[in-house]
Design a protein around this ligand. Sequence first.
Ligand code: ATP
Ligand code: MG
Length: 453
Amino acid sequence: MTAIRVENVYKVFGRRPQEAVRRLRDGAARDDVKQHGTAAVIDASFEVAKGEIFVVMGLSGSGKSTLIRMLNGLWRPTAGRIMLGDDDLATVSAGRLRTLRRSTVSMVFQHFALLPHRTVLDNAAYPLEIQGMKKPARRERALQALELVGLSGWEDSLPSQLSGGMRQRVGLARALAADTDILLMDEAFSALDPLIRREMQEQLVEIQQKLGKTIIFITHDLNEAMYLGDRIAVMRAGRIVQIGSAEEILSEPADEYVAQFVADVDRTRVLTAGSVMVRPGVVLATNAGPRQAARAMREAHASAAFVVDRDRVLRGAVRDSDVVAAARAGATRLDPALLDAALTVDESTPLSDVFAPSAESSLPVAVTDDRGRLLGVVPRVALLEAMVPPETDVDGVLADQPTVASAPEGYEPLPPDDGVPGLAPDVLPDAPSAEAGAGPALHDHATTEGGYR
Ligand SMILES: Nc1ncnc2c1ncn2[C@@H]1O[C@H](COP(=O)(O)OP(=O)(O)OP(=O)(O)O)[C@@H](O)[C@H]1O
Ligand SMILES: [Mg+2]
């Protein structure tokens, strides 16, 4: 089921947005329409399925925040449709939009400003309070949300007593307490240090699995995108240049830009055993005799073989020396005592988790399905190969180009977030000017100095 459908959406800031859209539709690039406005998002189309984690990534200025702000109605698209169920956010009334923001979408930002004089619990319950929910009910919801994010026991603390990571958790708890089906997260973990960040990523996946939320997650960080995303949309200069699973994007980048982007990903976290496994060299039936086994191994130049039963369920592995010894001793069946336990992982095991078992065993690691049937093996050489990215002939085109982004002409201030009156300082995203100035070295802004070669 579709949670959000985005159809040919444009957002142009500036003087003549419609004129810019007309030209963009004819194929103009962002830079070509500069005199008419800043084309922040150009012809974006995608659907997000219910329960999916959809990641949007791209360099600074590529249009990610603008896109996500349109998804919660903070910006209206200049053209196109954004369907949230039966509502088109491009044309929905202000009243209906407020209702949607209360009941359907909530947002978590990079710096979640908490109300300093309120407890963690009251902070998490704040939107519910604004909505007029009675104290016991909102308390209960906020307590549940805090538990989900691992903050049980901290309910009565004040924000100043929390670490940055914990404060960000309160922000997440606040969004969860609102109990909307859709969570929008704009660089929600980007300000955290790496270990905490990793923890939050894992927790988010857990929460998603438990609650089945639809999550749209924006990040600069490729590893984060690859780890979290069921699918990833890569944006460049306002356009979505590729949408696909992490593996699709890694193995078939749509263009040089994407290839460059994925060149330094920690591939072992993304690639799974299933994606690099190969056909096992020799597979024997449990009723095979030692002579037959020895011959099969000799022909395949294999020093070991996997043994499966009639249902292809893996029973173990035998080594050539044991088989030959058994044949010499006149055995006619493979003695079950010869079987070594094979190391098994499942298809979805990340390669990073295959390294340790692989190092401990001289046999390839076996990949089995949920019924224990042998699907393939991961030879050590495949593991090593998987760590090397496919060849790209771009040498650092996007790297090492520190640029200073300037707020382009025609910068529009953000509209107030009227979804939760009185909540503005908390839930409003960072001011655009702050973002433009404090971004990382890589920029995708519509200024020539920020563009690509
Ligand atoms: N309110 C605004 N008024 C005018 N131009 C804007 C406004 N907000 C964003 N832009 C411009 O639109 C383009 C896309 O900006 P956006 O903030 O969506 O990028 P981003 O991908 O979120 O970047 P970052 O990673 O730095 O957050 C940029 O060129 C930006 O300068
Ligand atoms: Mg942004």
